[in-house]
Design a protein around this ligand. Sequence first.
Ligand code: PMP
Length: 456
Amino acid sequence: MAGGKYSLVPTDVPKVATRYRRIQTALPVPESLTVLESLYRYEPRSMQGQPPIVWDRAEGCQVYDAYGNCWLDWSSGVLIANAGHGRPAMVEGICALARKPLLTTYCFPHAGRAELVRRLAEYAPDGLDKVFLLSTGSEAVECCIKLARTWARRDGDSRKNVIVSFQNAFHGRTLGSQLAGGMEKLKDWIEPRDPSFVQVPFPDGYKNSETDFDVFERSLCEQGVEFDRVAAVLSETYQGVGPDFMPPDYARALRRWCDRYGALLIWDEVQAGFGRTGTFWGFEHYGAAVPDLIACGKGISGALPLSAVIGRTPIMDQYPPGSMTSTHSANPLSVACALASLDIIEKEKLVEKAASNGRVLKTGLEGIQATWPDVLGCVHSVGMVAGIQVVKPGTREPNPNLALRINEACFRKGLLMFAPVGVAGECIKISPPLPTPLEAIEEGLAVLDEACRQVI
Ligand code: PMP
């Protein structure tokens, strides 16, 4: 069986039995190989990037296979399960709609849709009063690009069409979202390039030490972009490969710059939203840098496919009835799931919990990094999202192989993380569901430490 990054040869591993983890078979499980082989046979190779566990059920902060094993989940899928996996209220919400039955409505109204758009508008900053529901994060980003470019030409200036985004950014895999992405290796299929998509350095302070806002203008000048041609600046609130935040001063300067040149500010909150960073929105870390448009996804529903664009009314209302729609916009089951997930986030104060447990996660990860500073380049950790940059000894050069070996060692010990393969394989990305108990966070830290001890 060729191809995947993880070995599919079942290997005996030490048994584990704790409150949160249970490993009692060889891994991958020999009986699961038929499923894995079928996937390898019928899916494109691009789908082979994750640890070879066949998910059977997932509850709270744990993922189970059908063979008696259980992993402590540090992936939330891919930052989806903010409210925790398989929460009964979410399951009930979905089942109630399914039993009615009401499985789809296209753009015909349904009550849940009305409730969800109202609630999302209430969560958004003042002035961002309209919500358009879609299915994927990429779709939400594409929609923001379209809205911004249409808005920019409202007075007939078709030259105002530049979308500025950031180097190393990830906004999805569709054409527009990838044009706005800042990872060159993911874009070589797009030739010729559209010159109206421009990237500038992201001021993360580690990969790029220049964090002054001057760099933004300088980079645009170097690329020959006239400032008043910029329709919008689009950025992930934090870049997923870090997670890397901008300095708040930079973000605020960016907001002022957008106001000065009549450009929209778009935050891609697909990863950062819905409590992940210990604030409801990620951009709350930036104070006054309030966006004109927000792209949401992942944690918005906590499970089923759903995304959204939230924005200012005049921008959102540009198109006449029937001309900005999507087949699965506000699918009733996804909406029911999102409403229940939002209730859980509120009732269980998961935003606050992410902030407080996040402090423990950060301290623990910093301790691990300090033990192997030569190869664990740096730790960024905010709320329930963290990343460790794995590097070649004593350099800042990425070391995806070592990152993969640490990830695989954790997998064998019952700690599950997704591998950000093909995007930034050198980053050990950590994103537990927000309700994860503190003792489980501490247990995960001990497992990661053990895995590093073993591999490094
Ligand atoms: N934006 C960001 C910041 C993301 O992390 C992702 C997905 N990883 C996307 C957009 C694309 O979302 P989707 O995969 O749902 O299209």
